[in-house]
Design a protein around this ligand. Structure first.
Ligand code: ADP
Length: 408
């Protein structure tokens, strides 16, 4: 492999001196290709030729300080003005050491006293200057890259901040429309409740058949008006509850309650629904301490929701409501049915608001799809959790675990 030749521009007006340098490099076997210039102008011309024709630039300039017309210092400045970044070794005359300081300040790599030029010293100075210059250039390149990637990062950061700002704005807009929707739900449910109560009240009055009795058909019709109104009112109440929970307007109101009494009472209130479908309904309460510090309205709502679902989605068999102590601090309530069951893929979805396994308009069972969403919210507000265990066609168990004492 051929050795790399260093391309050196030798600037010296004295031919003897140039010869001396050439001989020294030859003697030191330094692989140099020399281009000679006799003065500053010639040197600049050589540099320009290389720069303009995109030929590889010199690796180094070897420069005699005492040039005619343009001294070494001026040439160094002129080289810089050409935007050339080259290592320069200046050859000074005897006794010019004080000039050397100026030379180094102006950006030269090194200086050598002409009279003391020895082949090895010259070769070493040249290779050192080139090596250091290359290392400096590599550092500069790395720095440039760092600066560039830094700038890129700053830009990216700005972009991210902008996006974050946009997301914040969208969030505010979303929250606004969410609030509007909740308000609308609350107002509508509230407004619907009054006429619905009137319809129920008047149909109950008619069913009393006083002073005029009704025909059997009339009785039947009024009873249907009453039943449908009751269903509608339940749905409206569910929407109202849901909008209250969403708006954060529902709060736990803890007080001492008798869980045994509460469970049994609630189950009895719904027994007629089970009887209508010929379903058995059993209550099993096993509590050493039946008292809780919790919200009885919440617990009642939870049992009503889960039990009415169990009755709604069971065609035959048995429904069991249980309550027991998990430990001293936790109690559990479960409702088990022998109904249609819930497929594994639907088990997470059904806790979402308005979600029903059967979302079709032709579905068999009515409902808003809010019952379980409300139930889960109430359980969580009391500091508890809800879980389910179900297999399709066999039945479902919903279990609620809540702290015995509400802890705000
Ligand atoms: P809704 O009963 O008004 O439809 P819910 O939120 O109470 O709304 O219930 C959501 C869905 O979960 C129901 O539509 C039904 O598909 C399913 N589900 C709830 N409870 C049961 C159950 N005990 N057995 C089978 N499916 C149930």
């Amino acid at each position: 492999m051929s050795e790399k030749q260093f391309s050196i521009l030798l600037v010296d007006d004295d031919e003897v001196d140039r010869l001396m340098v050439k001989r020294a490099l030859k003697k030191a076997k330094f692989p140099a290709q020399l281009t000679e210039a006799r003065n500053g102008q010639e040197a600049i011309a050589q540099l320009k030729i290389r720069k303009d024709s995109l030929i590889n630039s010199f690796d180094l300039i070897l420069l005699d300080y005492g040039l005619p017309n343009m001294d070494g210092l001026q040439l160094i400045i002129a080289v810089k003005a050409l935007d050339l970044n080259l290592p320069i070794i200046v050859l000074t005359g005897q006794g010019d050491e004080e000039i050397a300081v100026e030379i180094m300040k102006s950006g030269a790599s090194d200086y050598l006293a002409k009279g003391k030029i020895e082949p090895n010293i010259l070769a070493k100075a040249i290779s050192n200057a080139i090596r250091i210059h290359k290392a400096e250039q590599a550092v500069e390149l790395a720095n440039q890259r760092l600066r560039a990637s830094n700038q890129l990062l700053v830009l990216k950061n700005q972009e991210l901040e902008k996006q974050q700002q946009q997301i914040k704005l969208q969030n505010i807009q979303l929250q606004e429309s969410y609030n509007l929707k909740s308000e609308f739900l609350a107002t509508m449910s509230h407004e619907l409740r009054t006429p619905m109560n009137a319809i129920m009240g008047f149909s109950q009055l008619l069913l009393r058949q006083y002073p005029d009795p009704l025909s059997e058909q009339q009785q039947n019709l009024v009873q249907r008006i009453f039943n449908n109104s009751k269903n509608l009112l339940e749905m409206i109440n569910e929407m109202l509850d849901f909008s209250k929970i969403e708006a954060g307007k529902l709060e736990v109101n803890p007080h001492q309650l008798d869980l045994n009494y509460l469970v049994r009472l609630t189950v009895e209130e719904l027994r007629s629904l089970a009887v209508q479908k010929h379903l058995d309904l059993i209550t099993e309460v096993q509590l050493e301490d039946k008292f809780l510090i919790q919200d009885s309205n919440f617990i009642k709502r939870i049992i009503v929701n889960l039990l009415s679902n169990a009755i709604k989605f069971t065609e035959s068999g048995l429904i069991t409501v249980k309550a027991w102590e998990i430990d001293q601090t936790q109690i559990a309530i479960s409702i088990t049915d022998t109904g249609i069951g819930i497929a594994p893929e639907d088990q997470v979805k059904i806790f979402e608001a308005f979600r029903q396994v059967d979302q079709s308009f032709t579905r068999q069972h009515s409902g808003t799809g809010l019952g379980l969403a409300i139930t889960e919210s109430l359980v969580k507000m009391m500091g508890g959790k809800i879980s389910l265990d179900s297999s399709l066609g066999q039945g479902t168990t919903f279990t609620v675990e809540i702290p015995r004492r509400y802890d705000a």
